[in-house]
Design a protein around this ligand. Structure first.
Ligand SMILES: NC(=O)C1=CN([C@@H]2O[C@H](COP(=O)(O)OP(=O)(O)OC[C@H]3O[C@@H](n4cnc5c(N)ncnc54)[C@H](O)[C@@H]3O)[C@@H](O)[C@H]2O)C=CC1
Ligand SMILES: CC(=O)C(=O)O
Ligand SMILES: [Mg+2]
Length: 543
């Protein structure tokens, strides 16, 4: 984006007013005689690859995006599997942790609790206001599995939007990364002289809700065509603000709904392979979750659809899902618990607390073990061997991010299951060889879902993002595997096909929005499926 950033002050808070400027013409003579754009792309790639540390690669690419956005996205699209772990998880986790130290220039909007009463003024100063279509909004309170990072959460909003641009062809000028500053309870940052956020603890829930009401109302006033993606809010707030706003504004929560959709999709593909190996019907799967936060419960809710698709009624579907939190198996006679855990709380267990994961596996006999616990190494040898001893092809998805919080590593899961595991992780692992054969890990990350879900919602101008649209995105992703990918048991398509996949998902989402009557752009209703895919593809921005 070609903008000049001018600092000004209001109420003692430093803020940045963003003014659109045409790109300055290059003076004659500044480029050497042999300068050539194509060669320069190769030069940039070589510079990137010359850096050893992932965080240095991240800084380099941020710089490149700022100085030559087209080239950045051209390279990104051409090298998705190489770029994604840098601009997104796991490296974006390090970028967040160090944001106040590596900060070079502003990108996106910071709106703080001190801005109450004048949030509209700030939003109205955003350049390309009429082009705004998608905003990723975090309050920094649960960034990946790294906890409360305050304003240091901004790179998550930036990283997700880079994937919207690269993966779904959203125009860069249509994206708004936002980090809300409602304080932080992270003492390390409060004590850090370089920390860029307010030096105060997080505000009360009551004050936060007042702020969020003003923020969302002003967002829809300033940007009438905007879709909002809530990201990395702490669990209680994630559920609360999704429920509060989803029927009033076009909004979805990526951690609850995007993760639910991506895991349902990979699970559908994995369960077919597992059932083919065991001879057991799809409806007989039992799923054990380690972690019952926004992601764990979001995925559990979405996996109810897996059983319903097999013809089970809701109640029987619920019975096939078991949740474990930091106190062990969640069951009703255990005592008081947070609201979001109650639906999956077991009524059929009344014994003493079950806290040891191998014991829980022996009790539940799950066909699938899913980790959304932020507990590195929680799927240790004993756990994985327990899964392998009761399943021909155990489904093991360590989904916590970033990679260093993954419940296990791919090569461990392969080794401890003798190569039988059906595996997907939240952050990427390299391919691994077992018994002379290359095995490919899946990446069960919501990055496969939100670009297509967002693009579809934007193009049909959905007034709300319904559960059925989220489910459609998931089924679309599951169906998007091509023959070559199925031949090698991939659970998710290869990342270098992301644009094709996003177009496919977006099309399914638009059709579902039409069925549900939430599409405000009814022109797309008359298009055939082929025309709709062509329309979606034609709307993608290409660097
Ligand atoms: N793969 C993906 O696309 C996504 C992955 N995630 C990851 O999922 C993880 C969890 O996210 P949230 O649910 O929002 O966080 P959260 O903090 O709300 O939930 C964590 C859950 O793990 C449980 N837990 C913690 N320690 C435990 C222990 N020792 N044993 C058993 N359970 C334990 C907690 O009780 C809680 O239920 C994060 O690492 C996040 O990065 C989140 C969203 C998307
Ligand atoms: C991937 C993601 O959204 C998370 O880990 O929070
Ligand atoms: Mg997230």
């Amino acid at each position: 984006m070609t903008v000049i950033l001018t600092p000004y002050w209001s109420d003692g808070t430093q803020r940045l007013k963003v003014e659109p400027q045409p790109p300055p013409p290059l003076p004659r003579g500044v480029l050497p005689a042999a300068y050539d754009g194509t060669v320069h792309a190769a030069r940039c790639l070589a510079q990137l690859r010359s850096k050893d540390k992932p965080i240095e690669k991240y800084i380099y690419l941020s710089q490149l995006k700022h100085t030559n956005e087209e080239l950045f996205y051209r390279l990104c699209l051409a090298h998705m599997p190489e770029f994604t772990p840098i601009i997104y998880t796991p490296t974006v986790g390090d970028a967040c942790l160090q944001y106040s130290h590596i900060f070079r220039r502003p990108e996106g909007l910071h709106i703080s609790i001190k801005d109450r009463g004048k949030i509209g003024d700030i939003l109205n100063s955003w350049p390309h206001k009429s082009e705004a279509r998608i905003s990723v909004v975090t309050d920094g309170s649960r960034i990946l599995g790294l906890g409360d990072l305050g304003v240091n959460g901004m790179p998550i909003s930036i990283g997700k939007l880079s994937l919207y641009i690269a993966g779904a062809g959203i125009r860069p000028t249509s994206t708004i990364p936002i980090c809300l500053d409602l304080g932080t309870n992270n003492q390390k940052y409060l004590d850090d002289p370089l920390y860029l956020g307010l030096r105060q603890n997080r505000v009360s829930d009551e004050v936060m809700t007042e702020f969020m009401e003003e923020f969302m109302a002003e967002m829809s006033r300033a940007f009438p065509k905007l879709l909002v993606q809530f990201e990395d809010f702490s669990t209680e707030h994630a559920f609360h603000y999704l429920d509060t706003f989803r029927y009033r504004f076009p909004v979805f929560n990526d951690d609850v709904q995007g993760t639910g959709a991506v895991v349902l999709s990979g699970f559908l593909n994995a369960a077919k392979l597992a059932s083919a190996a065991s001879g057991q019907p799809l409806s007989s799967h039992r799923i054990l979750f380690l972690g019952a936060g926004s992601a764990g419960v979001g995925v559990a809710m979405q996996l109810l659809s897996f059983f319903k698709l097999q013809g089970l009624p809701q109640e029987e579907a619920r019975q096939r899902i078991y949740l474990v939190d930091s106190q062990g198996l969640i069951y009703s006679s255990r005592g008081p618990m947070a609201d979001h855990k109650k639906y999956f709380s077991r009524g059929d267990y009344n014994g003493p607390p079950l806290t040891n994961l191998p014991d829980i596996i022996r009790y539940v006999k799950p066909t699938a073990l899913l980790g959304l616990s932020t507990m590195k190494g929680a799927f240790n040898q004993e756990v994985i061997e327990a899964m392998a001893s009761i399943n021909a092809r155990p489904i093991i998805f360590p989904l916590s991010n970033p990679v260093r919080l993954s419940e296990c590593e791919f090569h461990e899961a392969l080794k401890w299951t003798n190569g039988r595991v059906l595996f997907a992780s939240g952050s990427p692992f390299p391919d691994a060889v077992w018994d002379g054969k290359v095995h490919y890990p899946g990446q069960g990350n919501n990055m496969y879902i939100f670009p297509g879900l967002g693009l579809g919602s934007i193009l049909c101008r959905a007034s709300t993002v319904t559960d059925a649209m989220v489910e459609a995105s998931s089924l679309g992703l599951a169906d998007s595997l091509d023959e070559g990918e199925r031949d090698v048991d991939l659970l998710y398509p290869r990342l270098d096909r992301i644009r094709e996949i996003s177009a496919f998902i977006a099309t399914r989402v638009i059709r579902k929005a039409q069925e549900e009557g939430v599409d405000r752009n009814s022109d797309l209703r008359t298009l055939t499926d082929t025309q709709l895919v062509a329309y979606v593809t034609s709307k993608m921005w290409n660097p």
